[in-house]
Ligand binder design. Structure first.
Ligand code: SAM
Length: 195
C-alpha cells in the first residue's frame, strides 16, 4: 500500500481500492472539497449504472464545493450515482437505504481545507458516527478513519477513534492503525475491517 505514497490520503485510497468493487455502495462521511467522494465514485461506477456514493458534510459550503468539483470532473451518468447531504454524519443511517450493503464508510476528520477552521469534527459526534458506521457496514467491508493529529483537539479525537476501534469484538472485526513513524504529526489511518 505504501510504495511511492507520501500522503496518508494516498495510502487510504490504495486500501479502499483493494476492498471496493464496481457496483458497490459506499459512504463518504466527510465530503469536504470532494476529493475522496470523487475517488470513491471512480471506484464504484460501472457501465450498468450500479454503484452508489452517499456523501455528507455538516457544512453547506462543503457540499456545494463537492458538487461543483464533481460536476466538472465526471459525466452526468456518474453524477447520478452520487447523493450529497448537508448533515451530521452521526445520522448516516437516515439516508443510506437499509437494503444496500455498504462496503466502505470513509471518514477524513478535521476541518475543511480552505474553509472555516472552527467547524471541525468533534469526538462526541465522531464516536456516534463510528457506531452508526459499524451498524451499516457489510461483512467484508471497511470503516476507514483518517485522523489529523497536528491541530488542537486532534489527539483527543484519535483517542476516541482508538478507543472505539479497540472496543470492537475481535471475532467480528480486525482493527488496525497505520502511522508514519518518521513523520510524527502526519495523519493516522485507522482501519476497521468487518469479517
Ligand atoms: N474528504 C474531504 C476531501 O476530500 O476534501 C476532506 C474532509 S475535511 C478534512 C473534514 C470535513 O468534515 C469538513 O468539511 C467538515 O465540515 C466536516 N465535518 C465536520 N463535522 C462534521 C460532522 N459532524 N458531520 C459531517 N461532516 C463533518
Amino acid at each position: 500500500f505504501v510504495a511511492g505514497k507520501r500522503k496518508a490520503t494516498e495510502v487510504a485510497h490504495a486500501v479502499w481500492r483493494s476492498i471496493v468493487q464496481r457496483g458497490d455502495t459506499v459512504v463518504d462521511a466527510t465530503c469536504g472539497n470532494g476529493n475522496d467522494t470523487f475517488a470513491l465514485l471512480k471506484m464504484v461506477s460501472d457501465d450498468t449504472g450500479r454503484g452508489r456514493v452517499y456523501g455528507m458534510d455538516i457544512q453547506d459550503s462543503a457540499i456545494d464545493s463537492t458538487a461543483s468539483f464533481l460536476k466538472m470532473a465526471v459525466d452526468s451518468r456518474e453524477m447520478e450515482l452520487v447523493e450529497l447531504f448537508a448533515m451530521c454524519h452521526s445520522r448516516m443511517e437516515d439516508i443510506v437505504p437499509k437494503d444496500s450493503p455498504v462496503r466502505l464508510v470513509a471518514f477524513n476528520l478535521g476541518y475543511l481545507p480552505g474553509g472555516d477552521k472552527t467547524i471541525i469534527t468533534v469526538p462526541e459526534t465522531t464516536e456516534l458516527a463510528l457506531q452508526a458506521a459499524s451498524r451499516i457496514v457489510s461483512s467484508g467491508g471497511l470503516i476507514s478513519v483518517l485522523v489529523y493529529i497536528g491541530h488542537l483537539g486532534g489527539r483527543d479525537e484519535l483517542d476516541i477513534v482508538e478507543s472505539f476501534a479497540s472496543s470492537l469484538p475481535a471475532d467480528a472485526w480486525v482493527s488496525c492503525k497505520f502511522e508514519m513513524i518518521n513523520r510524527p504529526v502526519a495523519p493516522v489511518l485507522v482501519l476497521l475491517h468487518k469479517k
